[in-house]
Design a protein around this ligand. Structure first.
Ligand SMILES: Nc1ncnc2c1ncn2[C@@H]1O[C@H](COP(=O)(O)OP(=O)(O)OP(=O)(O)O)[C@@H](O)[C@H]1O
Length: 254
């Protein structure tokens, strides 16, 4: 029996007024995989993520998460179900320490809320969990620094730690290496690979850097002008003529 996909998109379409940005997208993301959505600039990746995360509601089609129809569900309820998005723009509390940045979502996950912040901060168990998450993303030594003091690449790691603290089933990773230098990119790639192998979390990422995509993803969907142009393994996509043409000049050859 084929396992049920964690994310199933059926004939998804979206219009802004009369302008059709997305048409007839059907795809499935299998649990435990690292799947990527790629496409040239303006292909519709951000719109697609906004539809899946609940920021926009599609004008056509349906979205199922873990077997549940979430097409019209508000974003915060999707988060509560375990569907999280890591934003391109750093989305952290700059004046809290790195550890506190992870403790806040952990507290939310444990339904304790901000009112209990003071007593909660002493709770050894949550602190230990936060430290474990920081260990996993390679930030244990930065735990007591304020987040805004960190280098850009490390701030993106804090963002990943915040997402992990919500105990996600599916993470939409929006350009995880955008704006990073080569060293930071390499660290992030290693981290993504490790997370994909070790946790039961499923990742669905979009990324402009094809070297990153081909080294982390096991399956790819290619968007072009709002439609699905191709799907397949990294090797199949690398050799796909239509995909190469869509990218005009072969950034896929690298
Ligand atoms: N709010 C909006 N209103 C009208 N058109 C929009 C809106 N948001 C996006 N678009 C249009 O939808 C199309 C897809 O844009 P989108 O940002 O989803 O593409 P993308 O693949 O994420 O691009 P990039 O890789 O450059 O970030 C583009 O033509 C864009 O101009």
């Amino acid at each position: 029996m084929t396992p049920r996909p964690i994310l199933e998109i059926n004939r998804l379409g979206h219009q802004f007024g009369d302008f059709v940005v997305m048409r007839d997208i059907s795809l499935a993301v299998q649990a435990g995989t690292m799947t990527a959505l790629i496409g040239p600039n303006g292909a519709g990746k951000t719109t697609f993520y906004n539809l899946v995360s609940g920021r926009y509601q599609p004008t056509q089609g349906s979205i199922f998460f873990d077997g549940l129809d979430i097409t019209r569900m508000p974003a915060h309820r999707r988060v509560a179900l375990g569907l999280l998005r890591s934003f391109q723009i750093t989305n952290i509390f700059p004046h809290l320490t790195v550890l506190e940045n992870v403790l806040v979502p952990l507290a939310l996950e444990h339904h304790k809320g901000f009112r209990f912040w003071k007593s909660m901060s002493r709770e050894r168990d949550l602190k230990r969990q936060a430290e474990e998450i920081l260990e996993r993303v390679g930030l244990a030594s930065e735990a007591h620094r304020r987040a805004h003091e960190l280098a850009y690449g490390d701030q993106r790691l804090v963002e990943i730690a915040i997402v992990l603290a919500r105990n996600p089933k599916l993470v939409l990773l929006d350009e995880p290496t955008a704006g990073m230098n080569p060293e930071e990119t390499e660290r992030m790639v290693h981290l993504i690979q490790e997370l994909a192998q070790q946790s039961g979390t499923t990742f669905f990422l979009t990324e402009h850097d094809m070297n990153v995509v081909f080294s982390v993803a096991s399956y790819l969907y290619v968007l072009h002008q709002g439609s699905l142009l191709a799907q397949g393994t990294p090797n199949e996509i690398r050799g796909n003529r239509q995909v190469k043409e869509a990218y005009l000049g072969g950034s896929l050859d690298s």
